[in-house]
Ligand binder design. Structure first.
Ligand code: SF4
Length: 388
């Protein structure tokens, strides 16, 4: 077994946002430390990140790592700062190593100049948008209440153009039960994304997600997701990938998950705030502020030291970390207990099923039935005479 190491760094290059989405985990949840952090990651901090990352890669013989330029809104840092950041990171890399760079943006500042920078540095662009205008503007609004759909739609039409498409990574959409699932899916598909992902809204047993009462056996999120799955799965040819469903199918067939929301993977994501503080996965911000704080930073600590903290690879992982109910569950290899942050309960911690347990089970079982029926149909086919 290889020692735990970082495969992805989420780099908070700017700590503020030009939208005021009402579900945002950075600004609306337990951890409010962003208020005291610098707006922009200073060049000296980027240099320390680059040195720490390079040392970590050398130590583990890592040949490839991914950095996601994140925020707040990363484009608020300005193109010159982003240019300098990527150059600094790549210049420090061990010989022969590859740095994949991505950016997760709300799209409002994504124009020709920003895309030129993305082409220069091969930065793959993911854009957050929640579907059609009604769905998107339900939450993704400016501080004065104006919706952001028109601006993000303009950016996405630009990103989807043939000359920019190579940089188009995909769309991130947060599910809201108030939105019609098919209208959301069709609204996202209008932007012709190579891939999209559907995220469950953050919540846990102490602060349940909207519409998900922990003791209620109803499965509103599974119902919503199944409507999209059935539409997507029946498409021939499929025009876009959906990471949640593709991961689910891959796991059912013994493959790997492409999302932290499913599967029993080791934590390999590290978040670095604008002041150089090292944290675990960003979604822990939705639990309690203390759950995120490692007390480590890139000025005083190596990535290996930080990895030992319980919010990173120092926490129990694999089957042993799961609740007894999960370990006994017939879909545990696929579900993995759900996203770590969604298992939290005040005073108890994380060793329990996801607050979405009933939804996850129903969704996984539904997909399992559809895929098994297809596999059974394949098995009934006989080899044509020409290939015998
Ligand atoms: S469906 Fe529920 S019990 Fe089964 S692994 Fe997932 S969270 Fe655990």
């Amino acid at each position: 077994m290889t020692a735990p190491h970082v495969r992805q760094v989420v780099l908070k290059v700017h700590s503020r946002c030009n939208l005021a989405c009402d579900y945002c985990y950075v600004y609306r949840h337990a951890d409010q430390d962003w208020r005291s952090r610098p707006r922009i990651m200073a060049p000296g901090t980027v240099s320390r990140v680059a040195d720490r990352l390079a040392a970590h890669m050398r130590r583990h013989g890592t040949e490839r790592v991914r950095v996601v330029l994140h925020g707040g809104e990363p484009l608020l840092a300005g193109l010159a700062a982003l240019d300098r950041t990527v150059r600094t990171l790549r210049a420090a890399l061990p010989t022969g190593a590859t740095l994949d760079v991505a950016m997760q943006t709300n799209g409002l500042l994504l124009d020709e100049a920003a895309l030129e920078l993305c082409h220069t540095h091969r930065i793959d662009v993911g854009v957050s948008v929640d579907g059609d205008r009604t769905a998107n503007d339900r939450h993704r609004r400016h501080a004065d209440g104006r919706g952001s759909y028109a601006e993000v739609a303009t950016a996405l039409r630009l990103l989807a153009r043939p000359e920019h498409r190579a940089r188009y990574a995909g769309l991130l959409c947060t599910v809201d039960l108030a939105n019609d699932p098919i209208a959301v899916y069709e609204g996202l598909r209008e932007f012709d994304p190579p891939r999209l992902d559907l995220l469950l809204p953050h919540g846990n047993w102490s602060v349940p997600p909207p519409g998900r009462h922990p003791d209620d056996p109803a499965t509103p999120y599974a119902d919503w997701l199944i409507a999209v799955f059935d539409r997507w799965y029946a498409e021939r040819p499929r025009r876009t990938g959906i990471r949640l469903f593709e991961s689910l199918i891959a796991l059912l067939l013994g493959g790997r998950s492409g999302t932290q929301a499913l599967g029993v993977a080791e934590p390999d994501v590290m978040t670095i705030e604008t002041n150089g503080t090292i944290e675990g996965t960003d979604t822990l911000k939705t639990t309690t502020a203390a759950a995120m704080r490692t007390g480590y930073d890139v000025f005083r600590h190596s990535f290996d030291e930080a990895l030992r903290h319980p919010s990173l690879a120092g926490r129990p992982t694999g089957m042993a970390a799961l609740a007894a109910a999960c370990r006994a569950c017939p879909v545990v290899d696929v579900c993995g207990g759900g996203l770590y942050a969604h298992r939290f309960r005040d005073g108890v911690g994380f060793a329990q099923p996801s607050v979405y347990c009933a939804d996850l089970f129903r969704l996984i079982w539904h997909v399992r039935e559809r895929v098994s029926a297809d596999v059974a149909a394949l098995r009934r086919q006989s080899v044509p005479a020409a290939h015998r």
